[in-house]
Ligand binder design. Structure first.
Ligand SMILES: Cc1cc2nc3c(=O)[nH]c(=O)nc-3n(C[C@H](O)[C@H](O)[C@H](O)COP(=O)(O)OP(=O)(O)OC[C@H]3O[C@@H](n4cnc5c(N)ncnc54)[C@H](O)[C@@H]3O)c2cc1C
Length: 392
C-alpha cells in the first residue's frame, strides 16, 4: 500500500478483513500519521446528497457515513451529531436548493425541506431566504482520531504501518522503498493522495490525469463552545466541485470558517515556502492553463471569488451572509490549512467530480480521493477491495 492516509489505511483494513493471513504493509513517507488531507480537513461526516445519483460518491458517501459512525462507536472516537443546514442568500438560489433536495431523495439520503421558522429552531444563528435544507445525518469527528484508530485496527489485524518510508518508484509486481529497497508485491495499491497521479503513471495508469491542487484555509472563532450548533453551508455552484465557504462546528464545539478552494502553487503548499518543489511549481504552471480555458467550469468566476479569500476579513464577510452575527474580529485564529488532491482530466480540461479507480491484476490506483473521501473511506475500501478480488 502506498500512502497511509485514511484511504490507504481503510484499504489495508478491508484487505485484511477479507484475507487475514495475507502480508499487508502500508508505506507512508511522513514521520507521523495524518500529515496531509486526512488530518487537515473539516472532519465533517457528509451525508451524501450533493452528488449525481449515478456517481460513486453518492453511494459510497451515504454508506460510508454510517460505516464511519459505527467504526467510531467501536473505537470510542467521539462523533458530534450536529446535523447540517444548507441555506440560501437569494431567491435565485431556490431552484438549486430544490435540486439538492431531489438529489438527496435519489441518493437515499434523509433530507428535509424547512422554512425560516424551522431553521430558527434548528440553528437560531443562521439565515435563509424562504427555504433551507436540513440534513440530520451530517456530523463531525476528529479527522486525525479516525486515522489513528484505523492504523491501530490494521496493526491488530496483523498488518504493518511503516512511517518515514517513501516509495520512490514501482511497476507491476514491485515497488522501491527508501528504507527497505526493492520489494516484490502480489498487488500494489496506490493511495498516495496528492501524489496519486505520479504513482499511477509509474504503472501506466492515469495517463490523462494531472493533479491540480487547491488550498483550503480556515479561521476559528473565539465563541464559547456550542454557540453554533449546526454546520451551516451555502448552496454550491454546480459548475465547480467545491462547496463554497461554510461554517462548521468542530467535535469540541468550536465554530470554524472555511475552507477556501484557492489554487495552490505546488502539491503540499500549506503556506510560506516550506516544502517548495520547483519541479511541481513548473508542473502546476503547465497544467493550469488547460483548466483556465476549460468550458466545463466557470473558471474566471472561481478565480474571482477564491483569490480574495486570502483576506480573512473578506472570507469572514462571506460567511456572515449565512450567519449574520459572524464578525472578523471574532475569527482570528488560523486553522491548519489543507490541500485538495483534485485531478484534472487534461484532454477535456475538466476537474474530475467523482472518485476515479483504475487498475489491473497487479496494481490498483485510487485517483481523485477528494472530499468527501474521508467520510467515504470505509465504503470506498470495501468497493475497491471487492473489485480487486473480482479481477485477480
Ligand atoms: C481542506 C480540506 C477539507 C476537507 N474536508 C473534508 C470533510 O469535511 N469531510 C470529508 O469527508 N472529506 C474532507 N476532505 C477530503 C478528505 O480529507 C480526503 O478526501 C481524504 O483525506 C483523502 O485521503 P487520502 O488517504 O487519499 O489522502 P492523504 O491523507 O493525503 O494521504 C495520502 C498519504 O500518502 C502519502 N504519500 C504520498 N506519496 C507517497 C509516496 N511516494 N510514498 C509513501 N507515501 C506517500 C502521504 O504522506 C499521505 O500521508 C477535505 C479535504 C481538504 C483538503
Amino acid at each position: 500500500m502506498i500512502g497511509g492516509g485514511v484511504v490507504g489505511l481503510a484499504l489495508a483494513d478491508a484487505w485484511l478483513a477479507r484475507n487475514p493471513t495475507d502480508s499487508v504493509v502500508v508505506y507512508d513517507k511522513e514521520k507521523s500519521l495524518a500529515a496531509h488531507a486526512s488530518g487537515r480537513n473539516s472532519g465533517v461526516l457528509h451525508a451524501g446528497f450533493y452528488y449525481a445519483p449515478d456517481s460513486l460518491k453518492a453511494r459510497l458517501t451515504r454508506d460510508g457515513n454510517a460505516m464511519l459512525k459505527e467504526f467510531c462507536a467501536e473505537r470510542g472516537i467521539e462523533v458530534r451529531n450536529t446535523g447540517k443546514v444548507v441555506v440560501t442568500t437569494s431567491e435565485e438560489q431556490l431552484p438549486s436548493l430544490m435540486m439538492l433536495a431531489e438529489r438527496g431523495q435519489a441518493n437515499g439520503v434523509e433530507l428535509e425541506l424547512i422554512d425560516e421558522a424551522g431553521l430558527a429552531e434548528l440553528e437560531p444563528l443562521a439565515r435563509t431566504v424562504d427555504k433551507a435544507l436540513w440534513s440530520p445525518n451530517t456530523a463531525v469527528a476528529s479527522s486525525s482520531g479516525v486515522v489513528e484508530g484505523l492504523a491501530q485496527r490494521v496493526r491488530e489485524r496483523g498488518g504493518r504501518v511503516e512511517l518515514d518510508s517513501a516509495v520512490t518508484g514501482g511497476g507491476p509486481g514491485w515497488v522501491m522503498s527508501m528504507r527497505e529497497g526493492y520489494l516484490s508485491a502480489g498487488h500494489v495499491i496506490n493511495a498516495a493522495g496528492l501524489y496519486a497521479d505520479t504513482v499511477a503513471h509509474w504503472f501506466g495508469f492515469g495517463a490523462d490525469y494531472r493533479m491540480l491542487p487547491f488550498k483550503g484555509l480556515y479561521w476559528y472563532g473565539n465563541w464559547e463552545p456550542g454557540r453554533l450548533q449546526r454546520h451551516v453551508y451555502p448552496v454550491p455552484d454546480p459548475r465547480n466541485p467545491f462547496l463554497g465557504v461554510h461554517l462548521t462546528v468542530t467535535v469540541d464545539g468550536r465554530a470554524k470558517i472555511g475552507p477556501t478552494a484557492i489554487p495552490a502553487l505546488w502539491r503540499e503548499d500549506y503556506g510560506g515556502v516550506d516544502g517548495l518543489k520547483p519541479r511541481e511549481l513548473w508542473d502546476v504552471a503547465r497544467t493550469f492553463p488547460r483548466f483556465l480555458t476549460s468550458k466545463h467550469h466557470d473558471v474566471p468566476g472561481l478565480l474571482r471569488t477564491e483569490f480574495p479569500k486570502y483576506s480573512r476579513t473578506h472570507l469572514v464577510k462571506q460567511a456572515s451572509a449565512l450567519v449574520p452575527s459572524v464578525r472578523p474580529e471574532d475569527f482570528t485564529e488560523r486553522g491548519k490549512p489543507g490541500v485538495r488532491a483534485q485531478l484534472l482530466h487534461v484532454p477535456t480540461g475538466k476537474l474530475e467530480m467523482d472518485f476515479v479507480v483504475e487498475g489491473d491484476d497487479s496494481s490498483t490506483h485510487m485517483l481523485n480521493a477528494v472530499s468527501p473521501a474521508w467520510t467515504s473511506s470505509l465504503a470506498v475500501a470495501d468497493y475497491v477491495v471487492a473489485g480487486i478480488h473480482e479481477r485477480v
